[in-house]
Design a protein around this ligand. Structure first.
Ligand code: 5GP
Ligand code: ZN
Length: 113
Protein backbone atom coordinates (compact mmCIF):
# COMPACT_ATOMS: atom_id res chain seq x y z
CA UNK A 1 0.00 0.00 0.00
CA UNK A 2 1.85 3.06 -1.26
CA UNK A 3 -0.06 5.63 0.83
CA UNK A 4 0.13 3.72 4.13
CA UNK A 5 2.57 5.25 6.62
CA UNK A 6 3.26 1.94 8.34
CA UNK A 7 4.02 0.29 4.99
CA UNK A 8 6.41 3.19 4.36
CA UNK A 9 8.05 2.57 7.74
CA UNK A 10 8.29 -1.14 6.87
CA UNK A 11 10.00 -0.23 3.60
CA UNK A 12 12.40 2.20 5.30
CA UNK A 13 10.89 5.20 3.49
CA UNK A 14 9.96 6.84 6.81
CA UNK A 15 12.52 6.54 9.60
CA UNK A 16 11.57 4.78 12.82
CA UNK A 17 13.35 3.26 15.75
CA UNK A 18 13.19 -0.49 15.30
CA UNK A 19 12.88 -2.66 18.39
CA UNK A 20 12.47 -6.03 16.66
CA UNK A 21 12.13 -7.32 13.12
CA UNK A 22 11.76 -10.67 11.43
CA UNK A 23 10.28 -11.92 8.17
CA UNK A 24 6.68 -11.52 9.39
CA UNK A 25 6.57 -8.50 11.71
CA UNK A 26 8.20 -5.21 12.62
CA UNK A 27 8.18 -3.57 16.05
CA UNK A 28 9.13 0.09 16.43
CA UNK A 29 8.72 2.86 18.99
CA UNK A 30 5.62 5.05 18.78
CA UNK A 31 6.46 8.62 17.70
CA UNK A 32 4.07 9.99 20.36
CA UNK A 33 4.57 7.68 23.34
CA UNK A 34 1.76 7.40 25.90
CA UNK A 35 3.97 5.59 28.42
CA UNK A 36 7.73 5.42 29.07
CA UNK A 37 7.75 2.39 26.76
CA UNK A 38 5.28 2.50 23.85
CA UNK A 39 5.94 0.17 20.94
CA UNK A 40 3.89 -0.69 17.87
CA UNK A 41 3.93 -4.19 16.39
CA UNK A 42 2.83 -4.45 12.76
CA UNK A 43 2.59 -7.37 10.37
CA UNK A 44 4.64 -6.84 7.22
CA UNK A 45 1.52 -7.81 5.30
CA UNK A 46 -0.80 -4.82 4.91
CA UNK A 47 -4.05 -5.56 6.75
CA UNK A 48 -6.01 -2.39 7.44
CA UNK A 49 -7.74 -3.31 10.71
CA UNK A 50 -9.21 -6.06 12.86
CA UNK A 51 -12.31 -5.64 10.69
CA UNK A 52 -10.36 -6.72 7.63
CA UNK A 53 -8.68 -9.93 8.76
CA UNK A 54 -9.47 -13.24 7.09
CA UNK A 55 -9.04 -16.92 7.84
CA UNK A 56 -5.73 -16.90 5.99
CA UNK A 57 -4.40 -14.36 8.54
CA UNK A 58 -5.06 -16.60 11.56
CA UNK A 59 -1.51 -17.96 11.77
CA UNK A 60 0.00 -14.48 11.37
CA UNK A 61 -2.26 -12.97 14.05
CA UNK A 62 -1.43 -15.85 16.40
CA UNK A 63 2.27 -15.37 15.64
CA UNK A 64 1.98 -11.71 16.62
CA UNK A 65 0.24 -12.46 19.91
CA UNK A 66 2.81 -15.08 20.76
CA UNK A 67 5.65 -12.60 20.03
CA UNK A 68 4.33 -9.91 22.39
CA UNK A 69 5.90 -11.62 25.38
CA UNK A 70 9.33 -11.75 23.74
CA UNK A 71 9.19 -8.10 22.68
CA UNK A 72 8.02 -7.05 26.15
CA UNK A 73 10.96 -8.94 27.63
CA UNK A 74 13.36 -7.25 25.18
CA UNK A 75 12.04 -3.87 26.37
CA UNK A 76 12.41 -4.83 30.04
CA UNK A 77 8.69 -4.85 30.83
CA UNK A 78 9.17 -7.34 33.63
CA UNK A 79 6.40 -5.86 35.79
CA UNK A 80 3.64 -6.19 33.19
CA UNK A 81 2.33 -4.14 30.30
CA UNK A 82 -0.78 -3.14 28.37
CA UNK A 83 -1.61 -4.50 24.89
CA UNK A 84 -4.09 -2.51 22.79
CA UNK A 85 -5.52 -2.84 19.29
CA UNK A 86 -7.71 0.10 18.31
CA UNK A 87 -10.30 -0.64 15.63
CA UNK A 88 -12.31 1.82 13.58
CA UNK A 89 -13.62 5.27 14.36
CA UNK A 90 -15.01 4.66 17.86
CA UNK A 91 -11.93 2.61 18.70
CA UNK A 92 -9.86 5.72 17.85
CA UNK A 93 -7.85 3.95 15.15
CA UNK A 94 -5.90 6.57 13.22
CA UNK A 95 -3.51 4.47 11.12
CA UNK A 96 -5.21 1.85 8.97
CA UNK A 97 -2.49 -0.79 8.98
CA UNK A 98 -3.27 -3.14 11.85
CA UNK A 99 -0.94 -2.62 14.82
CA UNK A 100 -0.59 -3.77 18.39
CA UNK A 101 0.29 -1.12 20.95
CA UNK A 102 2.55 -2.45 23.72
CA UNK A 103 2.81 0.00 26.61
CA UNK A 104 4.72 -0.27 29.84
CA UNK A 105 6.98 1.10 32.58
CA UNK A 106 4.07 2.83 34.26
CA UNK A 107 0.95 1.66 36.07
CA UNK A 108 -1.96 1.63 33.61
CA UNK A 109 -5.47 2.85 34.36
CA UNK A 110 -8.64 0.78 34.11
CA UNK A 111 -11.15 1.27 32.57
CA UNK A 112 -9.30 2.83 29.64
CA UNK A 113 -10.62 6.20 28.44
P1 5GP B 1 -3.94 4.16 16.44
O1 5GP B 1 -4.53 5.46 16.94
O2 5GP B 1 -4.22 3.98 14.97
O3 5GP B 1 -4.28 2.97 17.26
O4 5GP B 1 -2.37 4.32 16.63
C1 5GP B 1 -1.54 4.91 15.69
C2 5GP B 1 -0.24 5.18 16.41
O5 5GP B 1 0.75 5.43 15.44
C3 5GP B 1 -0.30 6.42 17.32
O6 5GP B 1 0.04 6.05 18.63
C4 5GP B 1 0.72 7.37 16.69
O7 5GP B 1 1.45 8.10 17.65
C5 5GP B 1 1.61 6.42 15.91
N1 5GP B 1 2.21 7.00 14.73
C6 5GP B 1 1.59 7.71 13.76
N2 5GP B 1 2.46 8.07 12.80
C7 5GP B 1 3.67 7.56 13.16
C8 5GP B 1 4.96 7.59 12.56
O8 5GP B 1 5.18 8.16 11.50
N3 5GP B 1 5.95 6.95 13.22
C9 5GP B 1 5.75 6.29 14.40
N4 5GP B 1 6.80 5.70 14.97
N5 5GP B 1 4.54 6.23 14.99
C10 5GP B 1 3.51 6.87 14.38
ZN1 ZN C 1 0.23 -0.68 5.35
Amino acid sequence: MSDCIFCMIKEGKIPSSTVYEDDKILVFNDVDPQAPVHMLMIPKKHISSLNETSEEDEALLGYMMNKVRDVAKLAGLDNGYRVVINCGEDGMQTVFHIHVHILGKRKMLWPPG
